[in-house]
Design a protein around this ligand. Structure first.
Ligand SMILES: Nc1ncnc2c1ncn2[C@@H]1O[C@H](COP(=O)(O)OP(=O)(O)OP(=O)(O)O)[C@@H](O)[C@H]1O
Length: 385
């Protein structure tokens, strides 16, 4: 990336040692140190046919963040992203992107954002370079320096070797990479990526993640929608989950995982399923588990292991090992597993961690609000891109 386009990294996930920066710090409107790239309060959108696709979305995404917007099919992700990218006018709410109002200052917002839609917009008859030149025209990138910019972007997404090959011969992953590059020709402050890796094989997906990291490491704010929890976990500093057009969780991946419960210790037991069941019975009576206090651990078994799940189960592990060995069991393996984002997602789907974030709490975040200010309500139409 050339120096003139590079920006300093502003707190991407890769900067953090433990990957668990205080979310309260990140989401605070009043943080002060980093302006908000996305600042939406009570965003709502009802389609002309009456479908209430987005009912109440409040988001505060600081510049430089890699933000994941998760939700099941039909939850309202694309609709939200289209409002943020000025392609749809909100029915209600106050929506500012890169410090500008998405309705009143649409042109200014558009000049500062990139948008990669779910469907690739690559022209298959044009080469990679020509596609980027076309995008430069569309975004009004000055002719001066355009060739350098295109070369830089082709490098960024590893397409320099096929720069003059028609995109029609590219794999799905290559087309997505080219599409991502076209969204960056005008060096936007913020890029929206709508399910950018859907339908790609794991290798192609992994490669795209590398490019998204590079983009974010250069300082570009990334707003990503995805159905792949691993994708969000690997890339994002923060994740909001939308369900039925409302935010039901908004936190760092690590804190979301902690919210659904604890770690699981798996103790492999030699001697077959009967021995495993006996070991489980011993553990259920064990003093080691009493120390877990109010968070009663859950014990279950597989064919060859007893699994104990508790908030800090990893800390209990050594005592559990000793208890089993004292009782004469052969413990042949020991592993601690943390909850995954899949666990979070299923728990949210079950409503068990489904409370909207309380932004008035001690963590300094502001209150998520309903549309109490009587925002004007109009039936939106898709705005010309
Ligand atoms: N143009 C439209 N007119 C009417 N309803 C629509 C329109 N586009 C989307 N919807 C509906 O709005 C709701 C939210 O759709 P949206 O595409 O925003 O969800 P999504 O989370 O992006 O889903 P997916 O992951 O399937 O893309 C759904 O019920 C969908 O059927």
């Amino acid at each position: 990336m050339s120096d003139e386009t590079a920006r300093p990294t502003r707190g991407s996930k890769r900067d953090t040692d433990d990957g668990d920066r205080s979310v309260g710090d990140d989401t605070a409107r009043s943080t002060g140190d980093r302006p908000l790239a996305v600042d939406a309060e009570g965003l709502a959108l009802t389609y002309a046919d009456g479908t209430e696709a987005v009912e109440d979305v409040t988001l505060a995404v600081p510049e430089g963040q890699c933000f994941g917007f998760l939700g099941a099919n039909g939850a309202g992700k694309t609709t939200t992203i289209k409002v943020l990218a000025t392609l749809l006018e909100p029915t209600a709410g106050r929506v500012r992107v890169v410090g500008r109002d998405v309705t009143a200052e649409r042109a200014e917002v558009r000049a500062s954002i990139g948008y990669m839609a779910q469907e690739t917009s690559v022209d298959e008859e044009l080469t990679a370079r020509e596609n980027l030149a076309f995008a430069c025209d569309a975004y009004g990138v000055p002719a001066d320096g355009r060739a350098d910019r295109i070369a830089t972007l082709l490098d960024l997404v590893d397409l320099a070797d096929v720069a003059d090959t028609p995109a029609g011969s590219f794999s799905g992953g290559m087309k997505k990479r080219l599409d991502a590059a076209t969204a960056l020709v005008h060096d936007p402050e913020l890029v929206f990526l709508d399910e950018p890796t859907t339908g790609l094989d794991p290798t192609a997906r992994e490669r795209l993640w590398t490019y998204f990291r590079r983009i974010n490491d250069r300082g570009t704010t990334v707003f990503l929608t995805t159905q792949y929890l691993e994708e969000a976990d690997r890339l994002c500093d923060r994740i909001a989950v939308v369900r039925d057009g409302r935010i039901v969780a908004d936190d760092s991946p690590e804190r979301l995982k902690r919210r659904v419960g604890g770690e699981t210790v798996a103790l492999e037991i030699g001697g077959g399923p009967d021995a495993v069941e006996s070991a489980a019975a011993v553990l259920s009576e064990s003093a080691a588990l009493d120390s877990a206090g109010a968070d009663a651990p859950a014990i279950d078994t597989t064919d060859d292991a007893v699994r104990v799940t508790a908030r800090e189960a990893g800390d209990l592990g050594p005592d559990l090992l000793v208890a089993l060995r004292d009782a004469g069991f052969a413990v042949t393996g020991f592993a601690v597993a943390e909850p995954t984002l899949d666990d979070v997602f299923f728990a949210i789907a079950d409503d068990s961690v489904g409370d909207p974030p309380d932004r008035s709490g001690d963590d300094g975040r502001e209150t998520g609000r309903s549309d109490e200010e009587g925002h004007e309500s109009t039936v939106p139409s898709e705005v010309d891109a």
